[in-house]
Design a protein around this ligand. Structure first.
Ligand code: FES
Length: 172
């Protein structure tokens, strides 16, 4: 009877006599080695990020940067923009009232989700974890963000909107 069974086994089984249990088995030593390699890779990538940030610190924003014509952004609207050469992109420009403009980094200070202006409540929302910021000052109103949104100075000249360096007394 046993002979009959072995006769029915396909040829490849005798050519490759490896048991399934041996193929899928991972020893404790192999698993520890894998974890060690993984931890080392994480440590290396974190180290790389720190070294890069120290070697190439972000330059402060200098000069004025034209963003948009004032009549292209209606009161209550938000306009997303980038500044050439700045790593901190993108930004948002908000037309709060007739002569009131605000500009902030668009990265939430919690986990860098993109924030957006909600004109119905006149606040800036981060949809990721229900974080809210003041559209006037960028300060945190609610939720997990640890700091205010960095704010840029806005200047309007002859119908054109410009931004320049960060607002200094902001508690960021
Ligand atoms: S990323 Fe904005 S609240 Fe978490």
């Amino acid at each position: 009877m046993a002979q009959e069974n072995s006769e029915k086994e396909p040829n490849w089984k005798s050519d490759f006599p490896i048991e399934t249990r041996r193929v899928t088995h991972v020893s404790r030593r192999e698993f520890a080695k894998f974890l060690g390699i993984l931890s080392g890779a994480f440590a290396l990538s974190n180290g790389f990020i720190v070294v890069r940030a120290m070697a190439f610190p972000e330059k402060p924003l200098e000069g004025e940067h034209f963003i948009v014509n004032a009549d292209e952004v209606a009161v209550g609207e938000m306009f997303q923009f980038e500044i050439e050469g700045s790593k901190t992109i993108p930004y948002i420009l908000i037309h709060l009232e007739e002569d009131q403009w605000r500009a902030f980094e668009q990265k939430c200070t919690h986990l860098t989700c993109a924030v957006r202006y909600d004109k119905d409540v006149n606040k800036i929302e981060c949809p990721c974890h229900n974080g809210w910021f003041s559209a006037d000052t960028g300060e945190v109103l609610q939720g997990p963000p640890p700091r205010a949104l960095p704010q840029l100075e806005v200047v309007v000249k002859e119908g054109k909107v410009y931004v320049r360096e960060y607002v200094k007394d902001q508690n960021v």
